[in-house]
Design a protein around this ligand. Structure first.
Ligand SMILES: [Zn+2]
Length: 274
């Protein structure tokens, strides 16, 4: 499954590395089935939110920027990713073509396929790429304990990519028309990407908003949010900017690998896929 979009002169290919399914009342701790009733369109028949592991390849002139890499072969509870490389190949994209990998944050479902296990340990999966994330994110995970539920070593990945890493903080340019926007809260150095070309703008946010329900229930915090208060402030600021500017929005985990608009009805924002 892959979707193509144009943002001005930028070509965007959205591909999925897999998906993760979690009961809505578990992911948003403290929420009840009654509270979910008006939001059933974001749940499957068992009451689960299905989180797509979306990755976005942006073509800007002769540059190729990949935003997030999904889970790869890393174990996370019972979930499996690993579709990214096949999806890229099916779209005619070779790993060698990618010149920049930008990771929104170092949770394993976003950086799991940055490197592959080889004969001599972890090797970069994109051999010609510079790997970029924010300096706050880098510093946090160098000294952080392992996240629960996974045996994946973030610091091991950082070591394997150390010669390829270049920090990209708020405002940094990844390629012409492709810029970083700091969106801390989900993790200390979480960041998204703004695509802009020819008067069109689109936001690609990792987990700054994990499920579209958060645009409607603005106080709900997902289980991965490390600083829920800051995450909610960041979410409000970025949602306000997207709504008022009419920009497009996609995130790593929204359904359908789609861009959409942030609209308002009955006093609440909501996300409408294109
Ligand atoms: Zn995530």
């Amino acid at each position: 499954m892959a979707n193509s979009f144009k943002i001005g002169d930028l070509d965007v290919l959205a591909v999925s590395d897999g998906s993760i399914s979690v009961p809505g009342t578990v992911y948003y701790a403290g929420t009840t089935p009654e509270q979910w009733e008006p939001h059933r369109r974001w749940l499957d028949h068992q009451g689960n939110v299905e989180f797509t592991l979306g990755c976005f390849l942006v073509r800007s002139g002769d540059r190729r920027v990949l935003i997030d890499t999904g889970l790869g072969s890393a174990p996370l509870w019972t979930f499996k990713g690993g579709a990214l490389m096949g999806e890229l190949a099916a779209a005619g994209v070779r790993p060698e073509e990618i010149d920049t990998v930008f990771v929104t944050h170092l949770h394993v479902d976003h950086c799991g396929a940055c490197a592959l296990e080889g004969e001599n340990g972890l090797q970069p999966a994109f051999p010609n790429a510079v790997y970029r994330w924010t300096s706050d994110e880098h510093a946090h995970w160098l000294s952080a304990p392992q996240p629960p539920g996974s045996s994946f070593s973030v610091s091991g990945l950082q070591q394997a990519l150390s010669g390829r890493f270049e920090a990209a903080d708020d405002g940094a340019s990844l390629a012409p028309g492709v810029n970083v926007i700091g969106t801390p809260g989900h993790t200390p150095g979480h960041a998204g990407v703004i695509l802009s070309s020819g008067g069109e703008r689109a936001f690609v946010l990792g987990d700054a908003i994990s499920c579209p329900v958060q645009l409607e229930e603005t106080e709900w915090s997902g289980m991965g949010d490390m600083d829920p208060k800051l995450a909610r402030r960041t979410q409000e600021a970025v949602a306000q900017e997207i709504e008022s500017s009419g920009a497009l929005l996609a995130t790593s985990h929204f359904p359908g690998l789609a861009f959409g608009r942030v609209l308002r009805g009955e006093g609440r924002r909501y996300w409408q896929p294109l």
